[in-house]
Design a protein around this ligand. Structure first.
Ligand code: 5GP
Ligand code: ZN
Length: 112
């Protein structure tokens, strides 16, 4: 219902898809924060890490393995970062669970 990532996951809205399985889709962020910036998303609507269920442990693990595979596909040999913003203090803007995969430049730490 009005969820932008659900619409991307169902191909109702176009995106630059870099990886897709039955359960997971990954696509390029429209406002990239690094030369490579991909969002990895479960196709199922889950609001955030806060609302992930016990039966979704395998789904979460699969997303992290997908991150590694996508990083390899993008040639991020020097490293990359995987991050999920959860809630207001982290600046979560889209309430459909997603992991950012960032790479292609040196990434500072701590983040802002
Ligand atoms: P958050 O702050 O919720 O962790 O990040 C949401 C991300 O989604 C932002 O980096 C933003 O640029 C990205 N985003 C928002 N709307 C769209 C969209 O319609 N398509 C794509 N590809 N990315 C989007
Ligand atoms: Zn959704």
């Amino acid at each position: 219902m009005g969820c932008i990532f659900c619409k991307i996951a169902s191909h109702e809205i176009n995106s630059k898809i870099v990886y897709e399985t039955e359960e997971v889709i990954a696509f390029r962020d429209t406002n990239p924060q690094s030369p490579e910036h991909v969002l990895i998303v479960p196709k199922k609507h889950i609001e955030s890490l806060e609302t992930v269920g016990e039966d979704e442990r395998a789904l979460l693990g699969g997303i992290l393995i997908a991150a590694r595979e996508i990083a390899a596909k993008l040639g991020l040999k020097n490293g990359y970062r995987v991050v999920a913003n959860c809630g207001e203090d982290a600046g979560q803007a889209v309430y459909h669970l997603h992991f950012h995969l960032l790479g292609g430049r040196h990434l500072g730490w701590p983040p802002g």
